[in-house]
Design a protein around this ligand. Structure first.
Ligand code: UD1
Ligand code: MG
Length: 454
């Protein structure tokens, strides 16, 4: 469709009371991002040029999320919930600017694919004034029914207003609609509220367009793409659907998932070729894993960059700002946050590395902790290349360990250590020869005395 301009109107004014949540419905997350963000991303990928988001009164958080995903999105408030056509007309001033295509999409249909939006718009390019998505749900209860005459869509009848015969129609309205920009306002403004619910139904656009002598079409899709999320159970079902798509895409891109059904990805997870993900790994948003890296079982990774050939886990936690360069090893029960781990450095066991740099080839012994927080502020630890930090050391930030320096096991390091130096900061060991025997002797003497006194 190339040069055709498009205005997408996202309806996100729903409260979502059936979610039983303090959060607006469209902000609930699937694969690490909100349903609204999924819809907006699909729009962006479909090549829409402008987006309007219709939010409910007091839904500042919804508007903020929309702005975060698409900074150019325009916000409109539907002050009163009076139906889908009424909601669309909240964005009337945007519609009046006269885009070629107007796309109406619900904020709670996160599984919609960009190519489906493109198919809907293609109908407009071929001369339709209104195009909708049709699907055949297992249970059509509650959906609008598509009244067809051959290939032509005659009307959409809402369940509440449908006759017995109309209710028997298997093909339902998926909810998304594309309207030709040139006619959109004229059609929308003719919609009334003369129906059972006394709502302004967007779906009436079809019958109205036909009375105006315009062409109306339906494009059929599968149920999973248009299922609207109203409950936590539906949210979980959509999550599982989305995970299947993401896993399939990873496998297709050459990633090895040993047990795909146990790996949870975020929509933006980037996995390079020949990455191996062992069973039971969870990815939060913002993760890139480069070629040939291995993520071992039971690791939790969020906002992190894993360099080529690195090995992470089992049981590792990478938090936002963890940046692992090539060949780094992060082993079991190691947590890394806001830290650059340079090439070839290793922290194989039981450590916390936060607000730090670990120089190339450095070795962080088991149990090493960067003490980055003093109760008020965070401070940095800088560890030079090739440094060796003995096991169970506490590095009290801000502190610098020079290149090639050694820290003795069990040290509490509070002052900078120069390059190539050895720092030991721990209680000095004393040895008392024969002490244990004397203790035992004293104990057995005490026992005899006590027993004797019984
Ligand atoms: C709608 C369709 C129905 C279709 C179904 C698909 C209409 C009249 N009916 O019914 O044909 O089969 O979706 O799921 O369009 N909204 C507002 N403001 C309003 C009303 C709704 O923003 O005043 C938003 C809701 O937040 C939601 C969307 O529009 O995101 C759809 O509204 P909803 O009440 O869920 O419509 P359905 O009855 O499901
Ligand atoms: Mg609905």
């Amino acid at each position: 469709m190339g040069a055709r301009t498009c205005l997408a109107i996202v309806l996100a004014a729903g409260e979502g009371t059936r979610m039983r949540s303090a959060q607006p419905k469209v902000l609930h997350a699937i694969a690490g991002r909100s349903m609204l963000a999924h819809v907006l991303a699909a729009l962006r990928d479909a090549g829409q040029t402008e987006t309007a988001v219709v939010v409910g009164p007091g839904h500042a958080a919804v508007a903020a999320e929309a702005k975060a995903v698409l900074p150019g999105a325009e916000m409109f408030v539907q002050a009163e919930r009076r139906g889908t056509a009424h909601a669309v007309l909240a964005a009337k001033s945007a519609i009046a600017r006269g885009a070629d295509d107007i796309l109406v999409i619900f904020g709670d249909t996160p599984l919609i694919r960009p190519q489906t939006l493109a198919k809907l718009r293609a109908e407009l390019a071929q001369g339709a004034a209104v195009a909708v998505l049709g699907f055949r749900p297992a249970d059509p209860t509650g959906y609008g029914r598509l009244v067809m005459d051959g290939d032509n869509l005659i009307a959409i009848r809402e369940q509440a207003d449908a006759s017995e015969a109309e209710r028997a129609i298997a093909t339902c309205n998926g909810g998304l609609m594309a309207l030709a920009g040139a006619q959109a306002l004229a059609i929308l403004q003719k919609i009334g509220s003369d129906n059972r619910k006394h709502e302004f139904y967007l779906t009436d656009a079809v019958a109205i367009a036909r009375t105006m002598g315009l062409r109306t079409r339906a494009v059929e899709v599968t149920e999973d793409e248009v299922s609207g999320i109203n409950t936590k159970a539906q949210l979980a079902a959509a999550e599982s659907q989305m995970q299947q798509r993401l896993r399939q895409a990873a496998l297709d891109a050459g990633v090895t998932l040993v047990a795909p059904e146990t790996v949870f990805l975020a929509s933006d997870t980037k996995l390079g070729k020949d990455v191996v993900i062992e069973p039971y790994v969870m990815f939060g948003p913002g993760v890139t894993v480069e070629e040939g890296a291995t993520i071992r079982s039971f690791s939790h990774i969020h906002g992190a960059h894993v360099g080529p050939g690195a090995i992470v886990g089992p049981f590792a936690r990478l938090r936002p700002g963890a940046r692992l360069e090539e060949g780094v090893h992060i082993g079991n029960f190691v947590e890394v946050k806001e830290a650059l781990i340079e090439a070839g450095a290793k922290a194989n066991h039981l450590s916390y590395i936060g607000d730090a740099r670990v120089g190339a080839g450095a070795n962080i012994g088991a149990g090493t902790i960067t003490c980055n927080y003093d109760g008020a502020a965070k401070h940095r630890t800088d560890i030079g290349k090739g440094a060796f930090i003995g096991s169970n050391s506490a590095l009290v930030a801000p502190v610098t360990i020079g290149d090639g320096a050694y820290v003795g096991s069990g040290s509490v390091i509070t002052r900078d250590v120069p390059a190539e130096a050895l720092a030991i900061g721990r209680g000095r060991q004393t040895v008392k020869e024969g002490w244990a025997g004397r203790l035992r002797g004293a104990k057995s003497a005490g026992k005899t005395t006590r027993q004797g006194s019984k």
